[in-house]
Design a binder for this molecule. Structure first.
Ligand SMILES: NC(=O)c1ccc[n+]([C@@H]2O[C@H](COP(=O)([O-])OP(=O)(O)OC[C@H]3O[C@@H](n4cnc5c(N)ncnc54)[C@H](O)[C@@H]3O)[C@@H](O)[C@H]2O)c1
Ligand SMILES: [Zn+2]
Ligand SMILES: [Zn+2]
Length: 371
């Protein structure tokens, strides 16, 4: 086996902190590419996977799924990429085989392309799982060539990495999972990397009201900078009542579109209850296997039946990466999408645990690992 050496932040076993270890990366097989990572955002999903003891993935696990870098090697048959191309890695590139892909609806692909795992721990050769088929807390990874999306040369890769998850998920929730129309009223619960991207998507869609809900006042200050027209601190009282009061229009108020970006089931219930008639709530947060929600049907004002509420689930913004990633990069380069402010910390591979801690306790939008 031909291979190169690198380093990665790895979960070795359930319940222990991530550690940086030497790895050996196999050369890419047919249709695959090896990426030398430039940067990776630290998304809450990496922390959730750690907290859920791998969420079913075998250990050891290379963390990270919000990565950008350069093509280092191309496998047999890859003609659309060459060494040195700047790319962002897509964890949901359409599989081309599932029922949705076969009927020409790749945004709703059931599965995503699954490359062969090619990262081994150096000391014992153990084959590593890679979070969401990526493993971007690493100097190198191997992915399917169709999951490596070429970036414009002028796009800074330490910003571009955010497109891979947080940004495409949040913006995509507003234009793919649901279609926010000009003038619509929008509420966003949770204003981290994903929620602020929902806010940016709603702004790009010309929503008339964008109500940001969080429990952290700093996040709410930032939310205004990203386009929120109103903010609600959920610690100050019932956010459903606050959103309904802000939107009172003689028809019981409520928003046409609400988004949950916290991973907290109670926030999904709030998102549904703050809808106007026929509105749509979208849940984005990553659930534990045992999580469930309790939705009232019969309340005349907020019940799912009488309010004719819709509930959607957003996976990665229902993205078609080959189309969406270059478009989002263009929005950034045109000044329409703020990525600069979202990188609140630049860190190294050794700082993953500190970044997890800050995500839970501190004022951080995204920590970005520079390799
Ligand atoms: N579906 C997908 O494709 C997808 C993609 C990316 C992330 N996620 C998930 O989305 C969620 C958000 O990710 P993130 O990276 O933005 O996380 P984050 O930690 O950056 O942000 C979460 C935000 O929620 C706020 N919050 C916490 N409790 C709250 C409450 N009770 N009410 C209101 N706000 C509250 C926090 O203060 C924080 O600002 C996570 O569960 C993550 O795993 C899902
Ligand atoms: Zn993510
Ligand atoms: Zn598919």
């Amino acid at each position: 086996m031909s291979s190169i050496l690198g380093r990665a932040a790895i979960l070795v076993e359930p319940g222990t902190p991530a550690v940086v270890e030497d790895i050996e990366i196999e050369s890419p097989g047919p249709g695959e590419v090896m990426i030398q990572l430039a940067a990776s955002g630290v998304c809450h999903t990496d922390l959730t996977i750690k907290n859920l003891k791998g969420n079913g993935m075998p250990f050891p696990i290379v963390l990270g799924h919000e990565g950008s870098g350069w093509v280092e090697q191309v496998g047999e048959g890859v003609t659309h990429l060459v060494k040195g191309d700047p790319v962002v890695i897509a964890y949901r590139a359409p599989c081309e085989q599932c029922p949705a892909c076969r009927r020409g609806d790749p945004r709703h692909c059931y599965a995503a392309l699954k490359p062969k795992q090619r990262i081994h721990r150096k000391k014992d050769g153990a084959l590593c799982s890679q979070v969401l088929r990526c493993g971007t807390f690493s100097t190198h990874t191997v992915v399917h060539s169709k999951a490596a999306i070429k970036m414009p040369k002028e796009m800074p890769l330490e910003k571009a990495c955010l497109i891979a998850c947080g940004v495409v998920t949040g913006v995509g929730a507003t234009c793919n999972t649901t279609q926010v129309w000009p003038g619509a009223r929008v509420a966003v619960i949770g204003c981290g990397g994903v929620g602020l991207s929902v806010i940016q998507g709603a702004r790009l869609a010309h929503a008339s009201m964008i109500i940001a809900v969080d429990v952290n006042p700093t996040k709410l200050t930032w939310a205004k900078q990203y386009g929120a027209t109103h903010v609600v601190n959920a610690k100050d009282g019932d956010p459903v009542a606050a959103v309904r009061a802000l939107t009172e229009d003689g028809w019981d108020g409520g928003v046409e579109f609400s988004y949950e970006a916290t991973g907290i089931p109670a926030c999904i219930e709030q998102a549904v209850k703050m809808l106007s008639y026929n509105g749509t709530a979208t849940t984005i947060g990553f659930p534990a296997t045992s999580d469930s929600v309790n939705l009232n049907l019969g309340d005349m004002s907020t019940g799912v039946y009488w309010n004719k509420a819709g509930l959607r689930v957003c996976h990665a913004g229902d993205t078609l990466p080959s189309h969406d990633f270059p478009l989002l990069a263009q929005y950034y380069l045109n000044g329409q999408l703020n990525l600069d402010g979202m990188v609140t910390r630049e860190i190294t591979l050794n700082d993953v645990e500190a970044a997890f801690h800050e995500m839970e306790t501190g004022d951080v939008i995204r920590s970005v690992i520079r390799m």
